[in-house]
Design a protein around this ligand. Structure first.
Ligand code: NAG
Ligand code: NAG
Length: 354
């Protein structure tokens, strides 16, 4: 019931905002604020720079990792807060075949393509299509035919919006006007509910509503298998501390969960993260089939905002998505968008503290 009403309030709000418009292409910082809940964003990469939330005593903290200025995001190699695409996660050997044609992409992680290539959607200037501080911001980007090797134009629209007093919605849409293309957008926030500069997240609790994962090979490419998590360190079906079994893994968590489906008319419940110290709690719903859980294994001495230095396990990324490398994996749900079709990806976060 709650899930249905969330979804509908979301669509209605978007419709209302379609009429408000103020366009800009300069790189800037934009605020969203509703009471104690506020965000800063930049149109460089359609990036979320900060998310300020009260703890159980009303103390405010910034709960996402990031930098102070948009300029620093241009040097970013870890995708802090970014909107990634055209195809999030990895494409094996930087190539795929579509309608009998082989497409060669820009490889940016060994032989593979990660998060759309060397200059993916996180490394371009988006247009601010519409912005209202107490409600939403909409970014648009027109990707050209051949950009990073992908076929066809793609027009992309991303809206970050408040839903009520404590929910944040992200709506990602895309259309391919002239050629079929794979599309898999993702929001790459790095969450630490105790505060971005509070140390590691190992004692924070996580629940993931996915009974299986898509295991990967040594290059982090899915093998194509879908394997139950029960009895493995990947089992987060019941909430528990993120660090409790992390040492059983060679390098921490970096894997795609297959989210359990309840009712196809509802958004899927994806994850619940809780910090016992601050009392902050974050719930996440989506219409996507997968969730990448990444425990920031590759963060090493990254100089962030307010003088913070971020290390391994400083945050978790919970990226709702299509399955990685789907374009080369016929048993995974297709990510191909044909002309006339619309890609739609919805995320709804609910934040509380008690
Ligand atoms: C970006 O990186 C270059 C090379 O490491 C450095 O010289 C420059 O100061 C960095 N820019 C910012 C804004 O951090
Ligand atoms: C594709 O994008 C180019 C600009 O990169 C534009 O000139 C062209 O009109 C677009 N085609 C379609 C069908 O949208």
């Amino acid at each position: 019931m709650a899930k249905v009403s969330l979804f509908w309030s979301f669509l209605t709000l978007t419709f209302l905002f379609a009429s408000i418009s103020e366009c800009s292409d300069e790189i800037g910082i934009y605020e969203l604020k509703r009471g104690d809940f506020s965000l800063k964003l930049t149109n460089w990469g359609a990036t979320v720079m900060s998310v300020i939330l009260p703890d159980r005593n009303g103390k405010l903290d910034d709960v996402v990792l990031g930098f102070d200025t948009p300029k620093e995001y241009m040097n970013d190699t870890v995708y802090f807060g970014a909107l990634v695409g055209r195809v999030a996660n990895r494409i094996a050997n930087a190539e795929f075949t579509l309608d009998g044609k082989v497409y060669k992409l820009v490889a940016n992680e060994g032989k593979n393509t990660l998060h759309g290539g060397l200059m993916g959607f996180s490394d371009v200037v988006w247009t601010v299509e519409s912005h209202k501080v107490d409600s939403h911001i909409t970014f648009t980007y027109n990707s050209y035919d051949g950009e990073q090797g992908f076929p066809g134009n793609l027009s992309v629209m991303v809206t970050y919006m408040f839903l009520g007093t404590n929910k944040l919605g992200i709506k990602m849409e895309a259309k391919a006007p002239n050629k079929a293309t794979p599309v898999n957008l993702a929001h790459h926030g790095y969450w630490n509910l105790r505060g971005h500069n509070s140390g590691d997240i190992l004692s924070q609790k996580l629940q993931i509503f996915g009974s299986s994962v898509t295991p990967v090979d040594k290059n982090l490419i899915p093998t194509g298998k879908i394997v139950p998590v029960k009895g493995t360190p990947y089992d987060f079906l019941a909430s528990h501390e993120i660090g409790s079994l992390i040492n059983e893994l060679p390098d921490g968590y970096d894997i795609n969960y297959v989210l359990d489906k309840s009712n196809p008319a509802h958004l899927r419940r994806a994850a619940l993260m809780q910090d016992p110290v601050s009392g902050r709690k974050m719930e996440l719903w989506t219409n996507q089939p997968g969730l990448q859980f990444y425990s920031s294994n590759m963060l090493h001495n990254v100089k962030g905002k307010d003088g913070a230095v971020y290390h391994k396990f400083a945050a978790v990324a919970l990226e709702t998505q299509g399955f990685p490398n789907s374009v080369n994996q016929p048993n995974f749900p297709s990510q191909i968008i044909n002309p006339g079709e619309k890609y739609l990806h919805v995320m709804v976060y609910r934040f509380t503290a008690d």
